[in-house]
Unconditional design. Structure first.
Length: 370
């Protein structure tokens, strides 16, 4: 109600500020017009006096002329007063209408179309609103207010940490995760969150502190995807591309169908291990194979071929890898698997005439048919 009263008074003051100068100007103009008429009549009286003194008119004519001019002067004065009074009355009515009618009409429309019964919502009331009715900044402030009064509430720190991260407040996110770990104990999710916040706060660099958090996360949960991804990134940044490729390759191999994070890991893997760059065995691998008995050697070869087939089925590969798979199955005596691999290869390279020609030539050489 006080707010409405204030608005009404402000409206009235604004209207009065506009009408008052007009009122003064109108009165001044009326007064000026009346004074001009009276000046003309005074000049006429003076002229009649001069004519009488000069003997140009007689006494009767002099009295008649002076009486007529005097009558006109009185009528002009009375008319000016009546006009001024009438005009002033109209102006007063217009002012009253503007001062009272306009706010009254506005109030009627507001009562009919507005929401006069709604109470104002100060900050405290908005902080108490349901989550769906408050914006993120208000919710964050609500949690911060709670934590100021309850700094040992680990759950509160854990709740606000990821929100800080999404808002780009990475230092605050790292601090919140650290408090959550201190109060609630370590977990893979908390350690991963801390490490990720530290990486973001340092412009994408996996610092020693962040790597330590990721190592703890993997120790608590060997399947922690985020932590393993960042450990691969740490290896890449340290120049260990092979180590990074090994970490990310395992993540890709273990990815469930439709995993949302899989494209990110695949892109990272392609960065350190471009398609077709399949490393061969090192000297230790060759020595180990030579020392194996035939059964173990055959099992190892089959395991390698199975791994190649599994990888190509999941993420595809270059034409050389597909040809290697077809040849390997054929050498192992798995003709049906060789033919199936050739069919899959043709599907992947259906728009590549040169690749299709190489597949056809290999299957002809191996006697696998078309």
């Amino acid at each position: 109600m006080l707010l409405w009263t204030a608005f009404a008074l402000m409206t009235g003051a604004a209207i009065l500020a506009v009408l008052w100068p007009l009122r003064v100007q109108r009165e001044d103009r009326l007064a000026g017009d009346a004074e001009a008429d009276l000046a003309v009549y005074r000049d006429q009286l003076a002229e009649i006096e001069r004519d009488r003194a000069a003997g140009l008119i007689g006494a009767g004519e002099f009295e008649a002329a002076r009486t007529e001019v005097a009558r006109r002067m009185l009528r002009a004065a009375e008319g000016a007063g009546e006009t001024a009074r009438s005009s002033d009355t109209r102006r007063r009515a217009a002012a009253v209408l503007a001062l009272i009618g306009v706010p009254l009409i506005a109030g009627v429309f507001y009562l009919a179309l507005g929401s006069p019964t709604y109470e104002g919502q100060p900050l405290a009331a908005r902080l108490d609103a349901r989550p769906g009715e408050a914006d993120v900044a208000i919710l964050v402030r609500k949690v911060e207010t709670h934590l100021e009064a309850n700094p040992e509430d680990g759950r509160g720190h854990e709740v606000v940490a990821p929100v800080y991260f999404r808002l780009g407040r990475f230092d605050d996110a790292a601090r919140a995760w650290s408090n959550a770990i201190r109060l609630l104990g370590g977990s893979a999710a908390r350690e991963s969150g801390l490490g990720e916040a530290l990486v973001a706060a340092n412009g994408g660099v996996v610092t020693a502190e962040a790597k330590a958090a990721f190592d703890k996360a993997v120790a608590l949960d060997p399947q922690a995807v985020r932590a393993r991804y960042y450990l691969g990134l740490a290896a890449e940044q340290d120049g260990g591309k092979d180590k990074a490729a090994d970490i990310w390759s395992k993540l890709v191999a273990e990815a469930p169908p439709g995993a949302g994070w899989l494209p990110t890991v695949q892109d990272a893997l392609a960065r350190v291990k471009p398609a077709g760059a399949v490393p061969g065995p090192n000297a230790a691998d060759v020595a180990a194979v030579q020392n194996m008995n035939p059964e173990d050697r055959a099992a190892m070869v089959r395991s390698m071929v199975d791994g190649l087939a599994s990888r190509l089925a999941r993420q595809g590969g270059g034409i050389d890898e597909w040809l290697r798979l077809v040849r390997a199955w054929s050498v192992l005596g798995e003709g049906e698997k060789a033919k199936a691999a050739a069919v899959d290869a043709r599907k992947q390279f259906a728009q590549d005439g040169a690749a299709l020609a190489r597949i056809d030539e290999l299957t002809r050489q191996l006697g696998l048919g078309s």
